[in-house]
Design a protein around this ligand. Structure first.
Ligand SMILES: NC(=O)c1ccc[n+]([C@@H]2O[C@H](COP(=O)([O-])OP(=O)(O)OC[C@H]3O[C@@H](n4cnc5c(N)ncnc54)[C@H](O)[C@@H]3O)[C@@H](O)[C@H]2O)c1
Length: 407
């Protein structure tokens, strides 16, 4: 077994800091079975951020290029947490250099890039010294969402008929907020890819099925231009802007319906201009024997309805999450019911699962592995089908299988 694992994070922005914090805490989840985790470097082209993030989360050094990480002998595991259009080049170089890669979602801005990344991942996995490529679909780690998945698998909700969800954010509400990489990729790489990548993955995860068709796709850009920033823009933060404005090239709001492989339907909507909703992810699953509803504003609970109760008292009830639900027991430092859980915890479970896989620790049902690049490509094929449906006025579009190069 590996004696120690050297870790680096490329990108110290909004999500990069969550990865850095997660690697720092990963050993404190569950029993101490992980080898020593060496927090080696944080790389960001904006040096003050790389330096402060490395210092804050206890990494040994900082770097200002991803190439420095690829070339370093003391680094085994790398999170790629930069703009989506940069993922391919960096991931391919890291895999070629023998690093295990955890890449943020979505895999990239284009299907061509995503296919090439899957090919690179397959080739790295087949190498004589194989390395792993995984994708950070972090909400898999939300105990409420994972519990709905287990309710569906056990048949407690009966046959699943419909999944309904929305992921509303408001980071782009202000027309005078600065333009950044989030607004300049192709149509479909806006809200649809940014938060819709999570929602589509979760609709499939909770229902235990896969999209086979989408229809009624709509992509809307409701704020057509945004001002250029005068300096660095991190995450969703505001920054000083100039007079000059640039065209927004992708969607602020997106919606579609879909058919799932089990015959259920899904109805999903996403937005980055939903005022008052900084991070509202709501997912509801309706079966013929019950229903479950999860709202990320209350991540420590879910709503459950089971058919068959006395009709006078039947209805949804609030289930407070705790050690009887996924991830919780023996994982969280205080693993009691009702202590709550949040998005930052999800990154820690994600990092722990990745490090366990790298270390060769057998997979436990209580902490499943992270999704692979094949799942990442499939996820992008759904998003692409939505964009094609939207371009054709909402017609039905098949979601093709994520075919591997050479398969
Ligand atoms: N899983 C989640 O919940 C979640 C949440 C937010 C973002 N994300 C994903 O994380 C990724 C990054 O998003 P973000 O919001 O953190 O972005 P961000 O803009 O806040 O940060 C990106 C950072 O990358 C740095 N950077 C740019 N070019 C670089 C290069 N060539 N080498 C090294 N660093 C470089 C920038 O200086 C910046 O600090 C995206 O793929 C996004 O979709 C995931």
């Amino acid at each position: 077994m590996t004696t120690s694992i050297g870790v680096a994070v490329i990108g110290a922005g909004m999500a990069g800091k969550a990865h850095a914090a997660a690697y720092r805490s990963a050993s404190t989840l569950y029993e101490s079975t992980l080898p020593e985790i060496r927090l080696v470097s944080i790389a960001d082209v904006y040096e003050p951020l790389a330096e402060s993030t490395a210092k804050r989360f206890g990494f040994q050094r900082h770097d200002t290029s991803w190439q420095a990480i690829a070339e370093a002998d003391d680094i085994d595991v790398v999170s790629v947490v930069v703009a989506n259009f940069l993922h391919r080049e960096i991931v391919e170089a890291l895999l070629a250099a023998g690093k295990h890669v955890l890449c943020e979602k979505p895999l990239s801005d284009t299907l061509d890039d995503a296919r090439a990344m899957l090919a690179a991942a397959d080739s790295a996995a087949a190498d004589s010294s194989p390395v792993l490529a995984r994708i950070g679909l972090t909400y898999l780690r939300s105990p409420g969402i994972a519990y709905i998945n287990s309710l569906v698998r056990s048949g407690a909700l009966g046959n699943i008929l419909n999944v309904s969800g929305h992921y509303w954010t408001d980071y782009a509400c202000d027309p005078d907020g600065p333009i950044s990489w989030r607004f300049t990729g192709p149509n479909g790489s806006g809200a649809l890819a940014d938060v819709g990548s999570h929602l589509t993955y979760l609709a499939e995860f909770v229902s235990g099925s896969r999209f086979t068709e989408v229809r009624g796709g709509t992509l809307s850009t409701v704020i057509p231009t945004r001002p250029k920033p005068l300096g660095v823009v991190i995450g969703h933060e505001h920054a000083a802007v100039g007079e000059e404005r640039e065209r927004v090239q992708n969607d602020d709001v997106a919606a579609f319906s879909g058919l799932l492989s089990t015959g259920a339907t899904a109805t999903l909507q996403v937005s980055r201009v939903a005022a008052g909703h900084p991070n509202t992810l709501v997912l509801e699953v309706f079966g013929d024997r019950g229903a479950a509803s999860f709202d990320f504003r209350h991540p420590g609970e879910l709503q459950l309805y089971l058919a068959g109760d006395d009709s006078a008292t039947a209805g949804y009830r609030t289930v407070i999450l705790g050690p009887d639900h996924p991830y919780w027991k023996g994982g969280l430092a205080m693993d009691a019911q009702g202590v709550g859980i949040g998005q930052n915890d999800g990154f820690v479970f994600q990092a722990r699962a990745f490090l366990e896989e790298v270390a060769g620790i057998p997979e436990e049902a209580s902490l499943p592995r992270n999704a692979g690049f094949d799942d990442g490509l499939h996820n992008m094929l759904i998003l692409d089908a939505v964009a094609r449906s939207a371009a054709s006025g909402g017609s039905a579009v098949n979601v093709p299988a994520a075919v591997r190069v050479g398969a």
